[in-house]
Design a protein around this ligand. Structure first.
Ligand code: HEC
Length: 180
């Protein structure tokens, strides 16, 4: 094996996994905060139909209360999709913020909703607001990127090696021709 090729291979063997680990670590650290839903959105959908559609509409389009998909920025919080804001609002209700004539009753007026029910409702609202924006979760995306970058790096090494080999042959031939 030619020496320059061996050095190149060594660099690739060190750099490619390093790049891979960094990318996966970054993806998993940034995903855990934003992606996780606070509850079960499927259960939340049923609870929403039973308790919330009268004011927020069957497709979350709003009515007596504000539109929930896309969620209305009432101006009271920076991010109305923040799970803790949703859970707090659904649990305790809301009034006097968006200029609506009817207040938002605690638990939509159904005190039998449990803490888990409220989390499922919040999960449903978040899921409706975010569905369709990112199909591939960040870890899968990072892994597919790493795969293709690795393939690309090895392809480039192969091309470089072939060129180097060809070049060395050419130099050798020239040397032979010019030798006395
Ligand atoms: C009687 C009507 C009514 C019912 C029933 C109702 N809401 Fe509301 N909701 C409102 C009103 C009105 C507001 C806005 C209050 C304000 O601006 O002060 C609101 C606000 C909200 C907000 C805050 C929206 C934002 O953009 O910040 C959420 C979340 C919410 N409701 C969820 C629910 C859920 C989940 C249910 C069912 C458990 C529900 N609501 C049932 C009337 C209702």
């Amino acid at each position: 094996m030619h020496r320059s090729f061996r050095n190149l291979l060594l660099v690739a063997v060190i750099l490619v996994p390093l790049f891979g680990f960094t990318a996966v670590a970054y993806a998993s650290s940034s995903s855990s905060g934003s992606k996780a839903l606070p509850g079960d959105p499927t259960v939340g959908a049923q609870l929403f139909a039973q308790n919330c559609t009268a004011c927020h509409g069957a497709s979350l389009e709003g009515g007596i209360g504000p539109r929930l998909n896309p969620i209305t920025h009432l101006g009271n919080v920076k991010n109305p999709l923040d799970p803790s804001y949703l859970i707090h609002t659904i649990t305790y209700g809301l009034k006097g913020v968006g200029g609506y004539s009817t207040p938002m009753p605690a638990k939509g007026g159904n005190p039998s909703l449990t803490e888990q029910d409220v989390k499922d409702l919040a999960a449903f609202i978040i899921q409706q607001n975010t569905s369709g924006t990112s199909e591939l979760d960040p870890i899968a995306l990072a892994q597919s990127n790493i795969f293709w970058v690795t393939v690309g790096v090895f392809f480039m090494i192969l091309v470089t090696w072939l060129l180097a080999k060809y070049n060395m042959r050419w130099i050798a031939r020239r040397a032979r021709q010019h030798s006395p």
